[in-house]
Every structure is written in structure tokens, then in C-alpha cells.
Design a protein around this ligand. Structure first.
Ligand SMILES: [Zn+2]
Length: 166
């Protein structure tokens, strides 16, 4: 997460994360402005620059709406708060297919959830109903904030007010 910068569209909508180096280049080329910066500054021999935490693109970038994003472990775990959806454990996390793959269950956002290996083993080739195991909530595709959090590997406080709007 250190060295990751949140990128906002010209409309202030968070769109992705980039490296600190890339953010500095965008700002120096006047393609973005610094919205939030660290208390310390980035110093070189001849100058000092703001150390960006959040930048905003000067020009609006068209981001496709409702683009379907593939299920990844990182984003799935982030969606589920890094907790097993059956017992709440935060250890040995893996991906469970609600309807097992062996029975035609697909790797979609609606059919996968975060599960500890113990629960995964116990559930085996059964549906939650058959196994008598109820997941915490219904599964659905997460919003953009989850993908940004997963890509960055965390969610620093300086990003919170921007991510909470999406
Ligand atoms: Zn579990």
C-alpha cells in the first residue's frame, strides 16, 4: 500500500490506483493535480515536491460503466472483508463455490465466496443447504471501491472520503 496513489477522475470519482512515481510524473506534466498530500515532502537535490496520496486527473476519462470484472481471489477476499463467510475465521482463506464446480457451479461473483479451508473441507461437494452451512450474506459483484482496495492491498485513511462515495 505504501507508495500507492489513489487516482480520481476529473469528476472526483475514484477510478484506480497508480504508483507514486507515475503520480508525480502526471502532476509534473500538468495532467493531474494533487488533492491530498503527505505531511512530508519529496526532496531532490534541486527542488522539493508534494508527496501525493490522492491525485485528480485534469481531463475527464471515460470509464465504462458496469464493466463485468473477472473474479479474483484478492477482490473476492476484499469484498467479503477477509473473513470466512461461514464461520468468520480470518485464517487459511480460500474460494468456495456455493454450487460446487463438480456440479456445474461457475466462477461468478454470485457463486463464489471467501471460505476458510476447514469450512471448505467440511462443505465438500455439497450446497450450503445440503451441508447445513449458511453464508453470512448473498453474494454479488462488488462495487469499484472493492477493486481499488484490492489493487492497493489496503485502504489508507486519506482515501476514505473519496472511496466512501462509490
Ligand atoms: Zn470457516
Amino acid at each position: 500500500m505504501a507508495g500507492q496513489v489513489l487516482v480520481l477522475n476529473a469528476s472526483y470519482e475514484p477510478i484506480n490506483v497508480c504508483s507514486l512515481q507515475r503520480a508525480v510524473v502526471l502532476v509534473l506534466k500538468d495532467k493531474a493535480e494533487v488533492i491530498e498530500q503527505a505531511a512530508r515532502r519529496l526532496r531532490s537535490a534541486t527542488s522539493s515536491h508534494a508527496l501525493p496520496l490522492v491525485i485528480r486527473l485534469v481531463y475527464y476519462v471515460k470509464v465504462p460503466r458496469n464493466r463485468s470484472r473477472r473474479v479474483s481471489r484478492r477482490a473476492l477476499f476484499a469484498r467479503d472483508g477477509f473473513r470466512c463467510q461461514y464461520c468468520g475465521s480470518r485464517h487459511d482463506l480460500t474460494v468456495d463455490h456455493v454450487l460446487p464446480r463438480s456440479r456445474g457451479g461457475e466462477s461468478t461473483w454470485e457463486n463464489t465466496l471467501t471460505c476458510c479451508s476447514g469450512c471448505n473441507l467440511r462443505k465438500a461437494d455439497r450446497t450450503p443447504d445440503e451441508a447445513g452451512m449458511t453464508p453470512e450474506r448473498t453474494q454479488r459483484a462488488p462495487g469499484p471501491a472493492v477493486f481499488i482496495t484490492a489493487a492497493a492491498g489496503g485502504r489508507p485513511p486519506s482515501w476514505e472520503r473519496y472511496l466512501s462515495t462509490i
